[in-house]
Design a protein around this ligand. Structure first.
Ligand code: MRU
Length: 342
């Protein structure tokens, strides 16, 4: 396969490398990813994360394994194992469904390589279209709030919600960004803060619990988040803490936008209640760990509830900003998400 570089993925001499998103921003460590168990481990530990990026990394690895001589039956097993690595983000399943079609061809090696590379190129284009559509909704002088990380680290392109924010900033319409730190794994505090800094966009980092008081003070003009799955009724699964922001936005009369590629839409999932929500290790809540080491503050035997995602009901969403255009609430009521968007 030809060499390839995105913010957080590389292919060099037929080997996949991932930028360790647990080590950022203190360290930029590129980790090799030679087999399925390595990638599954990187995905489960969130060294590779973000709905689009998970799907792209799995597709690239599959293509590289095929080029390296792995036989078709083993590739089918590899695809199945990768598909099960994280349950909530549907981009992984959607990308691997396309890879499966390629794998079923007699000339599966070039077909898999072409499909994986096409998925990467498509994701860049999807991000650019989302940014185009979304930036038009940002009013001059806006202070925007975002949650988790939806930037170049989580995609092959400029990102989804963070892509919109970046484009609107380039157009002179963003005064500053409020960045939710995003407990428990701090994707906002570690990754979004880093990306906004790299892009030269002014931001202030806040603890998640500070968002309500900022809204009450009139300091948030709109909220922009990403998505891991959009159900047929418009409900959205995204990083834990998204739902509380949407409730707060409704109370304070603040627009709440979801930005995502059409690969995040799942017409087979009727509503948010049907979305599988990943439950994660209690240690993520009882303390914190990273390249700096780990700290535990709760009692060693503390009982913990740790869902990685929550569901925001469609009724709280002002607009779904997709690569195919902006979907408005009345279009959702008319059933736009009940069939495939492409
Ligand atoms: O657990 P993570 O860090 O993979 O969760 C990421 C999110 O919730 C993002 O908002 C979502 O995947 C969209 S990324 C463009």
């Amino acid at each position: 396969m030809k060499n390839l570089t995105t913010t957080s993925l590389r292919v060099r001499e037929n080997q996949l490398w991932i930028l360790d998103q647990q080590a950022l921003p203190q360290q930029s460590d590129w980790l090799p990813c030679a087999d399925v168990s390595a990638l599954v481990d990187h995905i489960r530990t969130l060294r590779v994360r973000g709905a689009p990026l998970i799907g792209l990394s799995a597709s690239l690895l599959l293509a590289l394994l095929a080029e390296g001589g792995m036989p078709q039956p083993q590739l089918h097993q590899a695809l199945k194992t990768l598909r099960e690595s994280r349950p909530t983000a549907v981009n992984l399943m959607n990308n691997l469904d396309r890879m499966k079609v390629a794998l079923e061809q007699s000339d599966f090696i070039p077909k898999l390589v072409n499909e994986a590379l096409r998925l990467v190129d498509e994701d860049k284009a999807l991000c650019a279209s989302i940014a185009d559509h979304g930036a038009g909704l940002v009013k001059p002088g806006s202070c925007l709030l975002t949650h988790c990380n939806t930037g170049g680290l989580a995609t092959a392109g400029v990102g989804t919600a963070l892509g919109v924010i970046s484009r609107a900033y380039q157009q002179g319409n963003v005064q500053q960004v409020w960045v939710d730190e995003t407990r428990p794994l701090l994707q906002g505090g570690r990754l979004t803060a880093w990306e906004l800094g790299e892009r030269g966009i002014p931001y202030q980092l806040i603890c998640d619990s500070m968002a309500a008081s900022l809204m009450a003070l009139g300091k948030v003009d709109a909220i922009w988040v990403g998505a891991d799955r959009i159900a047929a009724n418009g409900d959205v699964a995204n990083k834990i803490g998204t739902y509380s922001l949407a409730v707060l936005a409704k109370y304070h009369g603040i627009p709440f936008y979801v930005a995502a590629p059409h690969t995040t839409h799942d017409p087979h999932c009727p509503n948010g209640a049907a979305i599988s929500i990943e439950q994660r290790d209690p240690h993520e809540v009882t303390g914190v760990s990273g390249s700096f080491g780990s700290v535990q503050w709760a009692p060693l035997n503390a009982n913990v509830y740790n869902p990685a995602f929550d569901v925001t009901p469609a009724a709280l969403i002002s607009g779904w900003v997709l690569d195919v255009g902006v979907v408005m609430p009345e279009q959702v009521s008319e059933g736009i998400f009940q069939t495939s968007l492409k």
